[in-house]
Design a protein around this ligand. Sequence first.
Ligand code: F6P
Length: 324
Amino acid sequence: MKNIAVLTSGGDAPGMNACIRAVVKMCLHYGITPYGITDGYQGMITGMFHKMTYRSVDNIIYRGGTVLGTARSEEFRTAEGRSKAAAQLEKHGIDGLVVIGGDGSFTGATLLSKETGIPVIGIPATIDNDIAGTDHTIGYDTALNTVVDAVDKIRDTASSHHRIFFVEVMGRDAGFIALNAAMASGAEAALIPEEVTDIPELVQQIKDQNRGKRSSIIIVAEGDDGGGALQIMEKVRPFLATYELRHSILGHIQRGGVPSAFDRILATRMGAMAVELLREGEHDLMIGANGDQLVTHSIRFGIQQTPVLDRSKLDLLKDLRTKA
Ligand code: F6P
């Protein structure tokens, strides 16, 4: 193994930089030349490869986003785009690839590896935590803490004005952020894509909750079947005429910011392990965290299996509700 390339792809996630740093430093440790690819698969297609050194990763461990840039490449979804990418890999003599990203990035990685034979290791990084085979994806812990911090602030104003707040968080297909943010911020409910939202039940819950206390926080995952925070608020409004309702969409602040210590450590360990695996001749593997242990699965496993949300947390949230 002489040349290893690393890229970040899909939605950025805090901790990606710590992961890039670990890949680069481990390559240099073993005398391998690390290449960074700018803007994910799109940059691979257009040949944006550059050699990386210790200097390239100075002072990036604490920075959010990704210094390599990222993209969602439509061209890479086509066989023609991938063959251009393959030609660039060959031109630069790349013999191993580390892909840091979410499920879309993993799908691209398996296709590329199947079509070119290049050994690829996938590292799960997305704030949504929606990849099977790992307890945590890089960026999720930071995003969760960002959400909890924002909800704590919203609670101040909600309680001062005796309002019901519907707070929308990211999660197109998965409710990890919504459920765990609701638990950590003491919200009254989490509406998540994994569960059908029952509007009459939600209305009743808000009424029960507000018999003594006059403010409530409901966390809504953007992918909830009942709609986002605004839609849910409008659905309950006719039944809550005497209440003041507000909604707040947290949006992309959830994707940015200084990565937590947890994410930096996870990212560093996973980045280093990816280089070890490539050196050992492994390919088509994703790295996961099982408790404090790092484990591997086929990349296909990460894409095809549904990530498991701990439903006992949902039950606990319901048990903790204020009853009439
Ligand atoms: O990174 C995942 C995610 O945050 C989703 O939860 C969200 O729907 C999506 O990315 C938004 O991404 P973008 O604005 O980059 O299209």
